[in-house]
Each structure stands twice: as C-alpha cells, then as structure tokens.
Write a protein that binds this ligand. Structure first.
Ligand SMILES: *Cc1c(COP(=O)(O)O)cnc(C)c1O
Length: 410
C-alpha cells in the first residue's frame, strides 16, 4: 500500500515483474524463487542498521540483535556445510571471490582456474576483470570426453607452480573429483579454492558431494540452487579465518547488509530441512530428464550430459542456430534461457554456439518429470517452427497456462 502511494511508477513495475515471473518459464540455471519467509527478512528494518565489524566486535553500538542474527547465520551455515569457519558478509559471489584472492595472494601471484568457455566463471580470471589485472591467471580445460582433464591439470600445475588452484564453474555440468584435484594442488603446495556458487543447494540437499572438507577455501552465492537472498559467502579452514575476515572487512567491503544476512540465516534453516533434500533430489532428476529428452530431439549436449541441475546444449552444432537465435525464439514463447559459450567456441561470446538450460527455478514451482518432458517438447517445437508466428503464439499460450498452474512463492 505504501509503495503504491509513494511511488506508483516503481509499484507498477513491481506488479509487472511479478506477472512476468508468474507467467514465464524460467530456465536460467542461476535463478530461483525465494520463499515468502526469505522475502520478509530481506524487506525488514535490518536494512537500517550499520554493523561494520563482526559479532562482538563492531564499530557502532546498538548491535544486540544484529550480532545474534549474524551469529545464527554463521552457525547454520557451518552446520549445513560442515565448515570450520564461515563469513556471511560478502555482498555477492563476485566480491566473495575477490575477497579470497586478496586474502591469500599478492599482486602478480599465479592462479590456476577453469577456462570460461569450458564452464568456468568470469571471476575466475577472465581478462576483462579487475582480478585478472592484479593476479596472473592460467587456465585449464576439460578433455574431449567432457570430463576435467586431470593429467593436463597436473602437468600445468607442475609447470606453472600456482599459489592458488581454483575449481568451480557456472556452465560445467559434471561432477569434479575433489580429492584428485586437491591431491594435485598438494603436490605443488598450492592453496585450494572451490567456487560452489551454482551447486551449493545440491550440496546442502546432499545430492552432490560436499567440497568443504577437501578445500582450504570455498566460496558461494546464496541465491542460486541454495534458494536464499542475492548474496555471497565464504567457508574456510580455521587457518585462513583471520585473513578472510580481514580481507572482507575492512579490506574490501564496508558495512554488511544485515537484512540480507538475516535472509541468509532463514535460507540456511530452510536448506537444512528434509523438504529441501526432496527439492535437491528433484532438481537432479528433472535435469536428467531434460538431458534425455533433448538428446532424443537430436540436440548435442556438452560434457556428455549432466550430473547437476543444468545442461549445456550445442544448438549451433545440432540445429545450425546460434545460441542467441535460440534465446530469442524461446523468449517469444515465454521460455527464458541464456546463450552460452561451448568449449573452445568458434563463435563470439555475444553470439555463441550454445544455450545453458537449468531446472532449479521450475523445480521450486513444483514441476516434475512430466512437465520437464513438455518443456523439452516446447523448446524443440519452437526451434522447428521459428518462422511461423501462429505456431509460436500457440506455444506461448500453452507455456503461460502451465506456469499459472505452478504459482511462484510471493
Ligand atoms: C554466479 C557465479 C558467481 C558470481 O556471483 P554474483 O552473485 O553474480 O556476483 C561467481 N562464481 C560462480 C561460479 C558463479 O556461478
């Protein structure tokens, strides 16, 4: 009511966004819907409070409740991921990674990270980032069978002697052998870091193995499969706790966003419940169905298929359409995916060969195998009938109808 009165423009845009989310089929692998409880904490008066520092060691007074909130978030995260130390203040995934780099590296130090076109993330040393200007990133790739090439990784590690070895990805669909990776790092005395941003929810839900016991430092976002508020988090061994906390504040950030920390605490509680395990299981099941259906429709999948919540499809190689063209066609029928590079893509980043399709958001809405089969059929049909406006309109109505049957939590 207040928003409507004070700022009708923003209010109307909010209404439109709710309708867009409600009626659209969200298949962007990094998106999800938070619960009503998480939204409430996020929209709370904790946003009014400055809390620079850490529980018990703040710069300003009035921290009786913020200290409790942050401590709860930390304790819950520690338990959920069996971590020795947790920092819940990073504002998002990218700052979390930057904080880790600054905590353990000196300018010019060498980092071994996964190549972006092979599934890695921009923040893992892509030349356009600030991190790449400060540190020296060397990239490793996946082998032709789609799995991580551990032999090549070991050769590179021995040759480059990196200070930090980084695993983690946003478009890689297979499981990494944590032990193998860390054993290679040990051989060259490198610190190990895993960025579980995409799969944190599947780890919390115990359908994927937990990297936290293996790696020195683990970073994550809290808003992807973990289904919390938009934010970041760092989990580490006690040995790195002091350096990480100092690098976060005062090293890189100012005051934490306490409304966000409160919402993280709520999300961690939700993620520790049996129902969340059910959710995580269904996500992986749905992704597997999507993999099979897409293969049946003649699409080529990268990395040989999926072990997690998404598939990477070589649409150019299978149907002669670029990732961007497919993104646009699917948008016309109300299905949102994102164009994505495939390993050693011959096309450009703005018009690559692939699309990434993920099921965490539709699974939150309650969609199961049957609906995923239908979604795959719509994707195929939209691509085949892309020049027929009428056919696309019909598909769009069908997509909207199904979305209405599976409301989003608001
Ligand atoms: C999403 C993602 C990030 C960045 O997170 P933001 O919250 O967008 O800053 C970092 N690393 C990986 C692997 C990611 O998937």
């Amino acid at each position: 009511m207040n928003l409507q009165k004070t700022d009708p423009k923003i209010y109307n845009l909010l209404k439109k966004e709710i309708k867009r989310q409600q009626e659209g089929m969200e298949l962007i692998a990094s998106e999800n819907y938070v619960s009503r409880a998480v939204l409430e904490a996020l929209g709370s008066v904790f946003t009014n409070k400055y809390s620079e520092g850490y529980p018990g060691k703040r710069y300003y007074g009035g921290q009786a409740y913020t200290d409790e909130v942050e401590s709860l978030a930390i304790e819950r995260a520690k338990k959920l991921f069996e971590a020795e130390h947790v920092n819940v203040q990073p504002l998002s995934g990218a700052p979390a990674n930057m904080i880790v780099y600054s905590a353990v590296l000196q300018p010019g130090d060498k980092v071994l990270g996964m190549d972006l076109s092979h599934g890695g993330h921009l923040t893992h040393g892509h030349p356009v980032t600030l991190a790449a200007k400060i540190y020296n990133f060397v990239r490793y790739k996946t082998a032709s069978d789609g799995l991580l090439d551990y032999q090549e990784l070991e050769r590179l590690a021995l040759q480059e002697k990196p200070k930090l070895m980084l695993a983690g990805f946003s478009a890689y669909t297979r499981q990494i052998d944590y032990k193998k990776f860390c054993d290679i790092a040990k051989k060259v005395g490198a610190i190990t870091m895993f960025d579980m941003a995409h799969i944190a929810g599947l780890i919390a839900g115990k359908v994927l193995p937990n990297p936290v016991p293996y790696f020195d430092i683990v970073t994550t976002t809290t808003h992807k499969t973990l289904r919390g508020p938009r934010g970041g988090m760092i989990l580490c061994k006690q040995e790195f706790a002091k350096a990480i906390d100092k690098a976060c504040f005062p090293g890189f950030q100012g005051g934490p966003h306490m409304n966000n920390v409160a919402a993280k605490a709520v999300a961690f509680k939700e993620a520790s419940m049996p129902s969340f395990r059910g959710y995580a299981k269904q996500v992986v099941k749905n992704a597997k169905v999507l993999e099979e259906e897409m293969k049946n429709y003649g699409f080529k999948l990268l990395f040989g298929g999926t072990d997690n919540h998404m598939v990477l499809v070589d649409v150019f190689g299978s149907k002669g359409l670029s990732g961007k063209e497919v993104e646009v066609v699917l948008d016309e029928i109300g299905i949102t995916v994102n164009k994505n590079m495939i390993p050693d893509d011959s096309r450009s980043p703005m018009d690559p060969s692939g699309v990434r399709i993920g099921v965490p958001a539709v699974t939150t809405r309650g969609m199961k195998e049957k609906e995923i089969k239908q979604i795959a059929a719509w994707i195929n049909s939209a691509i085949e009938n892309r020049k027929q406006k009428q056919a696309l309109n019909k598909l769009r109505r069908e997509v909207t109808q199904m979305c209405k049957r599976f409301p989003i939590p608001i």
